[in-house]
Design a protein around this ligand. Structure first.
Ligand code: SF4
Ligand code: SF4
Length: 160
């Protein structure tokens, strides 16, 4: 009985010493901090970060590249994309309505992959919380605002 108490006491001191050693090593060697103080410090998103789908605007035309084909809506496994094409000018296809219910989006990226004009691009934002379900439904203007402007392509050099 006595020997068990003695063993337990020794084990307790060894455990405390081990814990203190780990603390000392992490403190004295000044290991890089891995805790992000969000929201004061915003995390640096990786290059390939895939956020919600958005419709970036071409600065030359002031419009997104969407032609309202509806391929993204048909591909979306969650069926949360709703597209209505504007049929006023058959030679100028554009969406009359475009909504995405982000509350059910799983960021799979299938809608972006299938888009024939590469109009849908992933947003580099993750702060999407809001207080109502309706607030999570983004319309055409919201998606264009979140998408920002497409980078201007350099003009092709002509060989003379
Ligand atoms: S990322 Fe996936 S779930 Fe979200 S809208 Fe696109 S296809 Fe649908
Ligand atoms: S975003 Fe792309 S796939 Fe979706 S309707 Fe527009 S052109 Fe078609």
């Amino acid at each position: 009985m006595k020997s068990t108490i003695f063993k337990d006491t020794i084990n307790s001191f060894v455990s405390i010493a081990k814990g203190l050693w780990v603390t000392l090593v992490n403190w004295s060697w000044r290991r890089p901090c891995v805790t992000e103080l969000y929201p004061e410090q915003k995390p640096v998103l990786p290059v390939g970060y895939r956020g919600m789908p958005t419709l970036p605007v071409n600065p030359a035309t002031g419009r997104s590249g969407c032609i309202g084909c509806g391929a993204c809506a048909r591909m979306c496994p969650e069926e949360i994309i709703h597209v209505v094409v504007d049929k006023t000018d058959p030679k100028d296809r554009k969406p009359a309505e475009f909504t995405v219910d982000i509350s059910r989006c799983m960021f799979c990226g299938l809608c972006m992959e299938v888009c024939p004009t590469h109009a849908l691009k992933p947003a580099r934002t993750f702060e999407l919380a809001c207080r109502t379900r309706e607030g999570m439904v983004y319309n055409l203007q919201d998606l264009m605002r979140l998408g920002g402007e497409l980078p201007v392509e350099p003009e092709e050099e002509t060989v003379s």
